[in-house]
Design a protein around this ligand. Structure first.
Ligand SMILES: NC(=O)c1ccc[n+]([C@@H]2O[C@H](COP(=O)([O-])OP(=O)(O)OC[C@H]3O[C@@H](n4cnc5c(N)ncnc54)[C@H](O)[C@@H]3O)[C@@H](O)[C@H]2O)c1
Length: 352
């Protein structure tokens, strides 16, 4: 049985969790005459479905992962849309990880100033984060995701069977965002995964679906409140300020979720130094994350290079560094104007 989460953004849409993507897609496509299906290369051979005679479909493959999020691939998509004669009343379908849904969503955002698109995320990170919330974009010489648009999908179809082939590493990376939701908003997420390891969690489809639903609900709620990312949406940034710096410093050899995992331990340590979080709760961060195979430390020697990268974070306001932290009571707190000495002290507890 699938369940739906309604999202109110620039238009209302639904996230359908636990569905069979083919069945849902066929039913959604009955509202359209033409569809371009953008699929990442490795998912390509898994994408076939019967379509009604009246529906014209074009399938376009793009490279997997970050390679697909380039200007070159955006142009490839525009060309496919143009050659196919995609009009305002047609639709784009994106099937793949977060990188694929980001670029396909951006292509849909820019074609005819925005046409409908449907997201079918195939990674855990895509299901709980990238495909929800309406942020679309691409990478460029200026940085990752700096070019983009807010353009919500018209439906998000989450079919857990995609996860069967996902690597442990990518599953864990997606779990980092789920755990983040647990810390900022839903203690039940943490209670239900505490004591589990990656194997026991992956083999529990019911729990995985429950966790995806809870995390997607949190993101959807925040998006409803704050579509264009001013204050409320900042809570989703828990662990991300240091996480983004580490991700960049690692030259993207770390997955986003892995860097965020280290970033969450860092912010927990900072909150501890500020008297907000007990040692037990800091250790709880470490244990839950490492039990699921996520990294919780980063080289100590990297600190001098990480500091300037912290200031490059998109959420930083001028020279003011601020962090989203939590307290023992589960309250989300904004830490403003944190001194460099405090950042160093917290980092020393994360540094290896
Ligand atoms: N728009 C947003 O709000 C938002 C939020 C978070 C992340 N993102 C973006 O999402 C991207 C990261 O997403 P991701 O973690 O899904 O990474 P990804 O799209 O790069 O996919 C990771 C890897 O998993 C493979 N893969 C995908 N589905 C698979 C499956 N079912 N089985 C086996 N392998 C599979 C891909 O080929 C790729 O190699 C980044 O580009 C990030 O910027 C966007």
């Amino acid at each position: 049985m699938s369940r739906t989460i309604p999202v109110k953004a620039e238009h209302d849409y639904e996230i359908v969790i636990g569905c069979q993507w083919r069945d849902e897609l066929i039913s959604v496509l009955s509202n359209y005459r033409r569809a371009v299906v953008v699929v990442s290369e490795s998912m390509g051979q898994r994408v076939s479905f019967p379509v009604a005679h009246e529906l014209e479909i074009q399938i376009v493959n793009i490279p997997d992962g970050e390679d697909g999020k380039s200007a070159e691939n955006l142009e490839k998509l525009w060309k496919a849309f143009g050659d196919f004669g995609l009009t305002r009343s047609d639709v784009v379908v994106a099937i793949g990880g977060g990188a694929t849904t980001d670029i396909a969503g951006f292509a849909a955002a820019t074609w005819l100033r925005g046409i409908s698109w449907i997201a079918i995320p195939t990674t855990l990170a895509g299901m709980v984060d990238a495909a929800i919330g309406g942020k679309t974009g691409m990478n460029s010489e200026f940085g990752k995701n700096l070019i983009g648009a807010f353009h919500s999908p018209h439906r998000v179809l989450i079919d857990l069977s995609w996860l069967d082939t996902l690597s442990d590493r990518d599953f864990s990376a997606g779990m980092a965002e789920v755990i983040k939701c647990g810390f900022i908003s839903d203690a039940e997420i943490l209670n239900s995964i505490e004591g589990k390891n990656l194997l026991s969690l992956r083999s529990d489809r019911g729990l995985t679906e429950e966790l995806i639903g809870r995390a997607a609900m949190i993101k959807a709620d925040v998006v409803v409140e704050d579509f264009r990312e001013s204050f409320a949406r900042e809570v989703l940034n828990y662990g991300h300020t240091m996480g983004h710096a580490i991700e960049l410093h690692s030259n993207y050899s770390l997955r986003h979720g892995e860097a965020v995992s280290i970033g969450m331990v860092f912010i927990a340590e900072l909150a501890h130094l500020k008297g907000l979080l007990s040692t037990e709760n800091v250790e709880r961060h470490r244990k839950i994350l490492s039990d699921l195979g996520l990294p919780v430390s980063y080289p100590q020697s990297a600190f001098p290079e990480l500091l300037p990268l912290l200031f490059r974070d998109k959420k930083t306001r001028g020279r003011m560094l601020r962090f989203i932290a939590i307290s023992d009571g589960g309250e989300v707190v904004r830490l403003e104007s944190v001194a460099e000495s405090e950042i160093l002290a917290a980092y020393e507890r994360v540094g290896s």
